[in-house]
Design a protein around this ligand. Structure first.
Ligand SMILES: Nc1nc2c(c(=O)[nH]1)N[C@H]1C(S)=C(S)[C@@H](COP(=O)(O)O)O[C@H]1N2
Ligand SMILES: [Mo]
Length: 419
């Protein structure tokens, strides 16, 4: 290993983020991989090169060698259709979540909606109430934006310090896609919002009748009626034929299977903004309308339930995001937060989208605690787990953006620890 070339930038093995190429990461020189080149052993032609494979398919499937799965919660008889599934963050790269692996959260299952019979109503404090068919909406000009969506319950087991778990099982309620849809402001302008309307109440067509209230300023800003997800119609799990998409705000407010948008003077006080999706504080008061998702990052590899096979050079990688802007900086620590080094941002740094970071790490075989810390374009720095608890206690079920700590033991086993 070209140890002399590595430039240590923080303690316990972190190496300058721009040095990875010079280090010859895999240690496999051309000579070592000569079987591929056919130099020594004579040309070895693999079976798949000897005869044609099957032809094209109607709807593609991932390679059977890349076996990625969402992780679903156990169904409960007392909560029909209630449940969730989590994105396998530790196996993905880049920032886009494939539609088949987008996390899901359903309060009453996935309705089977025939778009011919689905309507979107805009009413309440408007000059002209409007009813749209799916076909009508397809004719409007649309915008395409890459945005993350995160359930505000994501990471909440870390509040209580539950040990164990993987990137997927702890943090898999975040995904990122290109959403294509009509700015809600276009439809509201067409209906003519009356000056006294301060809120928008959005309701879904599922049996949960999910409802959420949104301040008019946000509704007129960047909210979409999303019809496409990564280029294809929004999946049934994500709200087919249409969902509200409220960038940067807690996932619950992005009402799926959207059927009504009502302009009101005051918030509707739906179940999902009173008994649910409020944050209980230690003095038994609760915070309500805690909309933006806070600045957060996590290392997705190495991460919980992985094992480092041997000491050597590793690429630490992960994702970062903020509901208040774009990601400006991600720092990584290998010694539990005593020293930090800047990671390389590998992706675009779009507003309210995931960002991908990496940094090389020389694991010498000793103990380590790996952490990442994001800073967003508004200057918000990701909080420690302890700072989050100091702010809102441990009874709050939602909103824990605290720094994730992965411990590495002498056997190379990586585990979630509460720091
Ligand atoms: N109509 C409706 N909208 C809904 C929900 C729901 O159960 N019904 N779940 C909400 C919650 S809690 C979250 S986190 C997001 C999840 O979006 P996804 O399933 O597309 O990932 O949708 C929100 N919108
Ligand atoms: Mo959620």
């Amino acid at each position: 290993m070209s140890e002399n070339k590595s430039e240590r930038v923080a303690d316990n093995g972190l190496i300058n983020r721009r040095k990875l190429l010079e280090l010859g990461l895999g240690g496999a020189s051309i000579a070592a991989s000569s079987a591929v080149l056919g130099a020594e052993q004579g040309l070895q032609i693999p079976d798949w090169s000897k005869m044609p494979g099957p032809g094209p398919t109607a709807y593609g499937q991932p390679s059977p060698h890349a076996n990625l799965q969402r992780l679903a919660s156990t169904p409960e008889a007392t909560y029909p259709g209630g449940g969730l599934s989590r994105t396998p963050l530790q196996h993905l790269q880049g920032i886009i979540t494939p539609n088949s692996l987008h996390f899901e959260r359903h309060h009453a299952g996935i309705p089977d909606i025939d778009p011919i019979n689905h309507k979107l109503v805009i009413n309440g404090m408007v000059r002209q109430p409007l009813v749209f068919a799916y076909e009508d909406l397809l004719r409007y000009p649309m915008v395409s934006k890459v945005y993350f969506i995160e359930c505000s319950g994501n990471g909440n087991t870390n509040t209580r310090g539950v040990s164990g778990g993987s990137a997927q099982s702890i943090h898999g309620l975040v995904s990122c896609a290109e959403w294509t849809g009509i700015p809600l402001s276009s439809l509201l302008d067409e209906a003519g919002v009356l000056p006294e309307a301060d809120w928008v109440a959005a309701v879904g067509a599922d049996a949960a009748s999910m409802g959420r209230s949104i301040p008019i300023a946000k509704a007129m800003d960047d909210v979409l009626v999303a019809l496409y997800q990564n280029g294809e119609p929004v999946r049934p799990e994500q709200g087919y034929p249409m969902r509200l998409f409220v960038p940067g705000w807690e996932g619950n407010i992005s009402v799926k299977w959207l059927t009504q948008v009502k302009l009101t003077k005051v918030p509707a006080q739906f179940r999902d903004e009173t008994s649910k999706y409020t944050d209980l504080l230690p003095d038994r008061r609760a915070r309500q309308f805690t909309f933006p998702m806070e600045t957060k990052s996590l290392i997705t590899s190495p991460s919980g339930e992985m094992t480092l096979p041997r000491p050597g050079l590793y690429k630490i990688t992960g994702i970062a995001w903020s509901g208040s802007g774009s990601i400006r900086q991600v720092e990584v620590s290998a010694d539990g937060g005593q020293s930090w080094a800047d990671a390389l941002i590998e992706s675009e740094q779009w507003d309210k989208a995931l960002a991908r970071f990496s940094i090389p790490w020389q694991w010498e075989g000793g103990e380590a605690v790996l952490q990442s810390r994001a800073t967003d374009s508004a200057g918000n720095v990701q909080q420690t787990r302890q700072a989050v608890i100091a702010d809102r206690g441990t009874s709050a079920f939602y909103h824990n953006p605290g720094i994730q700590s992965w411990s590495v033991n002498l056997q190379g086993e990586v585990s979630n620890i509460a720091v």
